[in-house]
Design a protein around this ligand. Structure first.
Ligand SMILES: [Zn+2]
Length: 128
């Protein structure tokens, strides 16, 4: 389920220092039954729980930096002028991304499902 994937993604980001401008603790990820929007829920002290739309942070620089890392996205060139995988994140080196988080954020934005893109990335990270 996408809610479970989103929960893992958020926990991964928090473990790696994502704070954003939220207060309180992340409690769960849910899909809004009416709109189909994915939401992250937070709880601060005794105040009512509140939610953020997942797109507000999945496509934000601070969240992408926490999840994908701020290492240089290091393009390597083979003898035929083709690109080899980045030395840091091991993914395709491309144009227009100086840092790994920029490359992966671009890929997440153009993917069919940003949640699936993030989820696959963190699971590859966990395996390595
Ligand atoms: Zn990279």
């Amino acid at each position: 389920m996408k809610e479970n994937k989103l929960k893992e993604i958020i926990e991964f980001g928090i473990e790696r220092g994502w704070k954003a401008n939220i207060v309180g603790d992340f409690t769960e990820a849910r899909m809004d039954q009416v709109t189909g929007e994915y939401l992250a829920w937070f709880k601060f002290q005794e105040l009512p729980e509140y939610s953020l739309s997942a797109v507000l942070f999945l496509f934000s620089h601070p969240f992408a930096k926490a999840v994908f890392g701020e290492e240089d996205h290091d393009a390597q060139w083979d003898d035929d002028g083709g690109t080899l995988p980045c030395l840091n994140c091991k993914k395709d080196a491309g144009y227009g991304a100086d840092y790994c988080w920029q490359h992966h954020l671009q890929q997440a934005v153009i993917s069919d499902s940003p949640i699936d893109y993030y989820f696959e990335y963190i699971n590859e990270k966990k395996e390595n």
